[in-house]
Design a protein around this ligand. Sequence first.
Ligand code: OXD
Ligand code: MN
Length: 595
Amino acid sequence: MSRHRTLDAWIADITALARPDRVVWVDGTPEEKERLIEDAVSWGEVERLNPDKFPGCLYHRSDPSDVARTEELTFICTSSREEAGPTNHWMSPEDGYRRARAVLKDSMRGRTMYVIPFSMGLPGSEFSKIGVQLTDSLYVVLNMLIMTRAGRAALDALGTNGEFVRCVHGKIDLDIKKRLILHFPEDNAIWSTGSGYGGNALLGKKCLALRIASHAARREGWLAEHMLIVGIEDPSGRTEYITAAFPSACGKTNLAMLIPPEPLRRRGYKIWTVGDDIAWLRIGADGRLWAVNPEFGFFGVAPGTNSRTNRNAIETIRKNTIFTNVALGRDGTVWWEGADWPLPPGTKDWLGVPYDPKSVGQNGAMGYAAHPNSRFTAPASQCPSLSPHWEDPRGVPISAILFGARRERLAPLVYEAFDWKHGVYVGATMASERTAAQTGKVGELRYDPMAMLPFCGYNMADYFTHWLDMGRRIPKPPKIFHVNWFRKNAEGKFLWPGFGENLRVVNWILARSRGESKAQETPIGYVPTPDALDLSGVPVKPEDAEELLKVRPEEWEKEIESQQRFLSRFGSRLSPEIWREHEALKERLRSSVAA
Ligand code: OXD
Ligand code: MN
């Protein structure tokens, strides 16, 4: 029981429906966490890892059918289908509640239902939103304790009549037939059933902080975005912040925790991580855009993470971390493809089958030891590059916004939009090759505007309009850029080394944002002049550097035909300003090809 009558009445309703044997309130104390871990271990939900090598760490294997977000089972339940728009799956609120209630009915008999009050953002800050999640999964509770500020403080912030997002989660028997991820933005409610996977089940993250929050942000005049936030300190001691939106599993965590390459580190460059996945942005009193990270931890992709690609992440996950669907050694240590430590003896793969590297491709685990979307859940506070301002209730001021895609061809390493409106067009027509974070065919090209395709809680045409409106309201807007670390040469080799070297590109972006540094105008935007990027010591051949920045108008003419098909899906709801940007781009390309 709390002091909040609406909260208590709602919990009573769900308890009567799901009929758990026990209801346990999560208070967020370390003693409680220890007790919950004990229970989770004794019920076989998690195993403790080797206490010397991975102190306080836990291991979890999920159901093999429950390893990624299931976008086809994710719905926006608004009164009209148009409100959800053509890129979201829609269900009427009546149908949504009826179906979810039927699935949840009696499903917690013999189980405990946990009540998790949590705050996205610092409790009490104007940026924050409170949620309360009910769940029958102890694994979910342990993850929520890392990913959100959960427990007593969130409940206190709610007081006796504060507003909160009602989050109902039942893993039930993880049956995909019972899987539904439903959002009711008009009701401030989320119902998720039949899945225990992070993106489907940790309801503070994608469901609240993006889908429900984006809907609220439009009403309230701010932005809820799928963006990392990072500060770059230069040798003079000045720190400037950027946000960057990349589709899932395209390196947001790596960019957020980047280690400057040696020559830049020696000159005094430092990186300050604020967030790796979600940014909430508001217009500050000084007319700039300010951002907070509403999360409390990192839910990162494990494969490919090593001390070369992301040393800060490796430091972050050494203790108090939950590993899901990675490979497990007999000695209680973990491993994944791309780890830079040896395969531990007696390793079992993510399905629990003994792993034999010699029979890769033939065993039941898709040939991988760790699932490609296996994850770590780690407290942000353990990150060595964590910004001293990461919990500043005002957030940090943003100098530039980056949109990024994974494109083997076409998109240059970096280009700058002509202005905010053009930047919105660039974000709206972002297309990327699919990764393992979504179910579906890896490698296929899909439009993912602002990396928000799976996360926008309303009609994306209205979302673009909201971005355009925000541009008019921000007195000192950040500049907008597009980056692509993934361009390949004719032999299929990456042209750009990526990782730490990305700081070279970010430095050009920051210089441009201050009105410094050189660029050449192309039909798609401003591209660095060959001498404007500091490539000293970067292992890139001059001809590759040229190719990286190349804009081929003939190729872009094909691309904009496909952009036009994508944008047409929004019909008359799409702002004429977006079409004007489209026409202007077409015209610039036409004259450039003609010349
Ligand atoms: C994530 C995702 O887990 O975008 O961050 O899928
Ligand atoms: Mn994400």
